[in-house]
Design a protein around this ligand. Structure first.
Ligand SMILES: *Cc1c(COP(=O)(O)O)cnc(C)c1O
Length: 399
């Protein structure tokens, strides 16, 4: 059972909004936007992009658009020279509309319709992931001459939101798929894998890198020179449970590439989503009610106006434990269950993770959920139970 002492994040004596980036605080104080809402600090996005670049300078950075598809975020990353990892035609069109060149787009989703491959090719995308024969045939037919990389199935421990076995194939199968790609007139560019999101173990890439090196060698024996090693995402944002800083990840990954690839020096790529936008966002939410279920209940229920369906999807299974800031931080606290506003019994954010919130917390108080820039607005439902999707406001130095 996860046990989190909330006081660790809201510590005694700190101001109510400690941890909220200054520009976001200014915007919230001045504009008083309707809650719930997500506010993204664009300069933090730029900073985190620079951090990823610095941690792995030899790698091309493909931003995983699904983490936060706000047009302002994509436009900023276009200006900074990022490439983009997309999963669907609408994500491709979003990147193009924000000024990305099609050559900077990687269609990294191995699960796609034939018509989606055709759309991507029509608008200029020439780089595709695959993990199956059927998708390979679709790409050969609808995107002739394109470069393809094969996703390997890896299942390292340590990820807060693992991918399970949905994506990727065995190394043996990858070798055959890439060899077949060459026969079909495609460029067998290399391999990718993803260690699962919010990966807390910097050594989790080792197994995938070792498997990738085996694929490269086997292809070389067949006269095929693979070049592309796409290390996926998985780099962390700052939640209650601390993770290692990015340079530690960079060092571990680089050492593993050295160890398994030796002199082959592949072209490296990463596909960070969470680590680029997670810490840049704050969700401002209002306390709807605070109640108890019986006179002797030892914990209170705190109902927020944000829940599983309008932004807090990653609370499923309590995978991600966000840091929460309230106006009463510093005062006495007690145990709480935190829940969302809808009439759905699953719309509970935390009941096993032991959050402690101030005893003074009341209906109408505004609370801030920190590091909420990734997988929040993009996961919000259309309008479940009449609660609209989470709106996003972006702030910058010019705001
Ligand atoms: C979601 C996804 C990513 C981003 O993962 P993070 O853990 O957010 O960095 C990268 N690559 C692929 C293929 C993905 O599906």
């Amino acid at each position: 059972m996860a046990t989190v002492d909330h006081r660790r994040s809201v510590g005694q004596g700190r101001t109510a909004t400690a941890g909220v980036p200054a520009r976001i605080r200014t915007f919230l104080d001045r504009d008083r936007p309707q809650t719930p809402c997500l506010v993204i600090d664009l300069p933090t996005v730029a900073e985190r992009y620079a951090d990823v670049r610095a941690a792995l300078p030899e790698a091309r950075v493909f931003y995983a658009v699904k983490a936060n598809p706000a047009p302002e975020v994509v436009a900023l990353l276009v200006r900074l020279g990022a490439c983009f990892d997309v999963a669907s035609p609408p994500e491709i069109d979003l990147c193009l509309a924000q000024g990305a060149c099609p050559e900077t787009i990687s269609y990294s989703n191995p699960i796609k319709k034939r018509s989606d491959v055709a759309h991507a090719h029509r608008v200029g995308v020439r780089l595709f992931a695959l993990d199956s024969t059927q998708d390979l045939e679709h790409i050969a037919a609808e995107a002739p001459g394109s470069s393809v990389f094969c996703r390997l199935l890896v299942e390292p421990a340590g990820a807060k939101t693992p991918f399970g076995r949905k994506f990727g194939c065995s190394a043996d199968m990858a070798i055959d798929l890439l060899a077949r790609a060459a026969e079909l007139g495609l460029a067998p560019y290399g391999v990718s894998f993803h260690v699962g999101s919010q990966q807390t173990d910097p050594d989790a890439w080792e197994g995938g890198i070792a498997a990738a090196a085996r694929v490269f060698r086997a292809l070389a024996e067949r006269g095929i020179r693979a070049r592309f090693l796409n290390l996926g995402g998985g780099f962390p944002a700052s939640y209650l449970e601390p993770a290692s800083p990015l340079p530690v990840y960079g060092k571990a990954v680089r050492a593993a590439v050295e160890r398994h690839f030796g002199g082959m020096s592949p072209e490296l790529a990463v596909e960070p989503g969470r680590s680029i936008v997670g810490d840049a966002g704050v969700i401002r939410s209002e306390v709807v009610l605070v109640s108890r279920k019986s006179y002797d209940d030892d914990h209170r229920w705190v109902y927020l106006d944000v829940g599983r369906y309008n932004g807090m999807a990653e609370c499923e299974g309590e995978a991600i434990a966000y840091r929460i800031v309230t106006p009463h931080d510093g005062g006495p606290v007690g145990p709480v269950v935190i829940a969302g506003p809808t009439c759905d019994g699953d719309d509970v954010l935390y009941q096993r993770t032991r959050y402690q919130l101030p005893l003074d917390l009341r209906a109408g108080d505004q609370v801030d959920i920190l590091s909420a820039g990734a997988y929040t607005a993009s996961y919000a439902s259309v309008c479940f139970n009449g609660f609209p999707p989470l709106p996003t406001h972006c702030v910058s130095d010019r705001t």
